[in-house]
Design a protein around this ligand. Structure first.
Ligand code: NAI
Ligand code: MG
Length: 357
């Protein structure tokens, strides 16, 4: 099998961690004895590209990547370009343009990693966030200065869009995912007491869809209470489905509880398989540590594992995840999770465990 990857390193530590993920993939490719091979096309889009060209990606950028088998993405954003420009110009443009409507973000607790969570069963906790990735609060609809009133009196409007179809497909996806996991449970999170239109629609769709899955346990929460639940009773979580903004926030909370943003992986899926899916760590470009060689590569390497799984290489994906756990257990850790190792040393550790398994 031959796969074509579109690689978009982006900015800051995005560039550093993507190299590490590709090193791991190259290693697996070499030891696969020709079972599979990868070809990588690089796209230099991001904030530097913006400063030269006035846009974050090429005009026909989506055309250039839409026929690849998968997209491997670093992170975007750097202090010299406003964050809403960089995010909308690249990451959101790709997710929405290629209809990657399901963002999957596993929360995984790794052995040997310091975590602020005090829980008796901590090393065995894991749950997964299913984030609606194309509409909701990130619809991009609204505007500034509607009333034309003077300085200090501006009014801005930011609208959310919730479509019945959009809610249904992401909720169904969460139920299907729950069926593949040990404890079949889906928790839906909204703020439908305060957001009385879109999120009430979401709740109604959730109740309707849940009837098709009598074998799956369900739960419905408001997001403020769910934030507390993440900290107090994470053992109750299995698959958590929520809107674009709410799941974005909860996933950072989840990865911080697990020890660091640097270890969280994610997949932006087009489950219809009409377009390629995109794989990226949850963290951003981390300008505060960029260029120092100390970024944690585990989020990006875990995202590479999600990519291989999506390409049908389940065994290889599992091998990577196992090697990550062996490496943290052994104490090879970057500074964000309480260690002293460099980005490269951690990846080398993961690769050497891969050679042993
Ligand atoms: P961030 O995730 O870049 O950094 C937050 C904190 O976590 C920083 O202290 C950083 O050093 C640390 N951190 C993040 N990843 C790490 C890693 N792999 N290893 C060690 N430490 C790590 O979020 P922040 O600072 O809010 O945003 C920085 C830029 O990234 C902004 O321009 C923002 O818009 C962008 N961003 C881009 C995202 C994307 O491309 N998907 C997602 C989130 C933010
Ligand atoms: Mg985020």
């Amino acid at each position: 099998q031959h796969f074509r990857l579109a690689v978009i390193p982006g900015d800051g530590i995005g560039k550093e961690v993507i190299d590490e993920g590709l090193r791991v993939i190259n290693h697996l490719e070499k030891s696969s004895n020709g079972k599979f091979s990868f070809e990588t096309d690089y796209f230099p889009w991001g904030c530097e590209y913006y400063l030269e060209n006035g846009k974050m990606m090429a005009e026909d950028g989506l055309e250039q990547i839409k026929n690849h088998d998968a997209i491997y993405f670093g992170a975007v954003g750097f202090p010299n370009v406003p964050d809403h420009v960089s995010l909308w110009g690249l990451r959101i443009a790709i997710c929405q343009g290629l209809d990657q409507w399901a963002n999957i973000r596993p929360v995984e607790f790794l052995p040997g990693v310091e975590s602020p969570l005090n829980h008796p069963d901590r090393d065995h906790l894991n749950w997964v966030l299913v984030r609606e990735n194309t509409e909701g609060e990130y619809s991009g609809i609204g505007g500034r200065n509607f009333t034309g009133r003077g300085p200090g009196k501006e009014v801005a409007v930011q609208s959310s869009i919730f479509t019945e179809e959009g809610c249904e497909r992401i909720i169904r996806h969460a139920f299907e995912l729950a069926r593949t996991r040990k404890r079949k449970k889906v928790t839906s999170v909204t703020k439908s007491n305060a957001q009385q239109y879109g999120m009430v629609l979401w709740d109604e769709v959730f109740e309707r869809v849940s009837k098709d899955y009598p074998d799956v346990e369900t739960d419905q929460w408001l997001v403020d209470a769910m934030a507390a639940q993440f900290v107090l009773h994470p053992e109750d979580l299995e698959v958590v489905v929520a809107s674009n903004l709410l799941a974005d926030i909860l996933s950072d909370l989840g990865s911080a509880l697990a020890g660091s943003l640097g270890i969280a992986a994610s997949a932006n899926l087009n489950p219809d398989r009409k377009y390629p899916s995109m794989f990226e760590s949850v963290h951003g470009s981390a300008p505060d540590i960029a260029g120092q060689g100390i970024a944690n590569p585990i989020g990006a390497i875990g995202s590479a594992a999600l990519m291989l799984e999506n390409l049908g290489l389940q065994n290889e994906a599992e091998l990577i995840n196992k090697a990550i756990r062996e490496t943290t257990k052994e104490g090879l850790l970057t500074a964000d999770i309480g260690g002293k190792n460099s980005t490269k040393e951690v990846t080398d550790g993961i690769i050497s465990h891969l050679s042993k398994i």
